[in-house]
Design a protein around this ligand. Sequence first.
Ligand SMILES: C[S@@+](CC[C@H](N)C(=O)[O-])C[C@H]1O[C@@H](n2cnc3c(N)ncnc32)[C@H](O)[C@@H]1O
Length: 304
Amino acid sequence: MSIAITGLSSLRQAPFRLCRALWETIPNSVRRTPAMFRAGRYIYHRYTRHTGKFQSHYTQFMRNPPLLATIATLASKYPRGAGIKIASIGCSTGAELYSVLYAIKNLRGDLLVTAQGADISNVVAEAARRGVYIPDVPAAEGGLYAAGRAEVASVDVPSLVELLEPLPDGSLRVRDWLREGVTWRTADATDDRLPELFEPQDFLLANNFMGPMDDQLAERCLRNMVRLVARDGYLVVDGIDLDVKTRILTQFGFRPVLTNQREIWEAEGLKTGWPWLRWAREPIDRSAGDWALRYSVIFHRDHR
Ligand SMILES: C[S@@+](CC[C@H](N)C(=O)[O-])C[C@H]1O[C@@H](n2cnc3c(N)ncnc32)[C@H](O)[C@@H]1O
């Protein structure tokens, strides 16, 4: 029976696979024409947008270097010795928040950073608090969702030595200077009471968990995220449907930070495959009226 169902589903997928294979033969120069952008957007909206909506705990150290560098540069605007607040919602096992802390503290060791990570799964929040990782093994095993890939691949260990201290048993522990001032908790990002748990944040990271939600829930969740950002603070939001993001952030008057926009947008190898994969990056189309907001990941809450 299950073989029959698998066979039927492969059969249904066949035209989709054929179209994708044909699409991949089209040269890049042609794919980047307005007509092909329109065709790609049609395919994405008609066939892809509602597929593959599953949550996972996947996260990785130093995943998007241009994004980390830009966040650190933005943090440089704060005066010497200032206190700043950073929160990562949907933090998983902590690799993202620790990486952001590394980028900021490396550039501005004088800032007094208070950081909080929150995730709906207490198992991954605990793993983040421990901050111990085994190369090639995801620390999120036993969490609420699929663990995904490991936070650290063996080949990347030498490049992460400033963040992660090798332990005698072969595991890696986040260095103490990055753990200072960080707390971890369990919380649901869709809960309207979330702002009661967090003070307004100078940097609010909300990445890679709203994409799998249906539009209504993602909108509600993003509104919650917006409420956590301080006046003059920054929202970093990625891995969310672009129409939902553009609609809500326009309403709240957030301005996109355009520094390194293309580098940030194109940095993550796992986000290729548009228009055939839901989580893949739509290529930057500057003829779209909303391109500045649509293809940005960092947004400034302008208080003027
Ligand atoms: C794919 S991971 C992303 C981790 C990290 N933000 C990053 O980008 O590297 C998504 C995380 O969001 C968490 N998550 C999903 N729904 C959530 C919710 N409603 N509230 C809080 N966390 C949630 C999941 O448990 C998972 O650990």
